[in-house]
Design a protein around this ligand. Structure first.
Ligand SMILES: O=P(O)(O)O[C@H]1O[C@H](CO)[C@@H](O)[C@H]1O
Ligand SMILES: O=c1cc[nH]c(=O)[nH]1
Length: 238
């Protein structure tokens, strides 16, 4: 039991998929896993454990933003011994080359998060980075499943609504899109010596204004779930 996860040690698999939306956690568990057990409903941050092709895997909703995912990341690692953490998120694409439903794997995450800045001494700008071994596994899994992915830097924003953000500058410096959690996930995984990866499906484009519905963001990201679950198998076999 931890403050925000009502499970016992052993209820949660060593590899956990982490969507922000708890109903996306339910969708992934019900659609892709067998023998599913719901282990958490505290604050409706739904968490499930099941099997995928015989491998135990969990799916935990993390809520929105760095404060919220930091709570679940800390508790999954410290109280439940989780070793591999994989965000399966939605992301707003930058620029016209990033299309709706593109899958973006974050090799790194730039951020304006005060939480990341305050973790380090003044003047230090930490660079939250994906676990290379997990990134390679995900890239190989995508190729095997014939799913196209783009790999690169994303922006983990503290604010969803941010009129002051210079999106064009981020595009000029190679940033692919914006979401709200990855920088903290990578920083905390590094702190605790576990591995983390962030895989995201483009739900909207901040340049073109195209957008998917809330229902689609909840339950239509099958390619991303497949890549993540195949990566989970490879993590299990390490
Ligand atoms: O769809 P999820 O995984 O929640 O991710 C994105 O969607 C939320 C904002 O709508 C933020 O959490 C952002 O990171
Ligand atoms: O944080 C997010 C997620 C999806 N789309 C956005 O514009 N921002």
């Amino acid at each position: 039991m931890s403050t925000h996860i009502g499970a016992e040690m052993g209820d949660i698999a060593p590899t956990v998929l982490m969507p922000g939306d708890p109903l996306r956690a339910k969708y992934i568990a019900e659609t892709f896993l067998d023998d599913v057990v719901q282990y958490n409903a505290v604050r409706n941050a739904l968490g499930f454990t099941g099997t995928y092709k015989g491998h135990r895997v969990s799916v935990q909703g993390t809520g929105m933003g760095i404060p919220s995912i930091s709570i679940y990341t800390n508790e999954l690692i410290k109280f439940f011994g989780v070793k591999h953490l994989m965000r399966v998120g939605s992301i707003g694409g930058f620029g016209e080359t990033i299309k709706i439903r593109d899958i973006l794997i974050a090799s790194s995450a730039s951020t304006d998060s005060a939480i990341i800045q305050n973790t380090f001494d003044h003047g230090v700008i930490y660079a939250p980075t994906a676990d290379f071994s997990m990134l390679l596994k995900a890239y190989q899994s995508a190729q095997e499943a014939n799913v196209e992915v783009k790999v690169g830097n994303i922006f983990s924003a503290d604010r969803f609504y941010n009129d002051e953000l210079d999106i064009q500058q981020l595009i000029d410096y190679g940033c692919l899109g914006t979401e709200m959690e990855t920088a903290a996930l990578y920083m905390l995984a590094a702190k605790y010596g576990v591995s983390a990866l962030s895989i995201n499906t483009v739900s909207d484009n901040l340049t073109t204004g195209e957008a998917l519905s809330a229902q689609d963001r909840q339950s239509s990201f099958a390619d991303m779930a497949t890549v993540a679950l195949e990566t989970a198998i490879k993590c299990d076999e390490d």
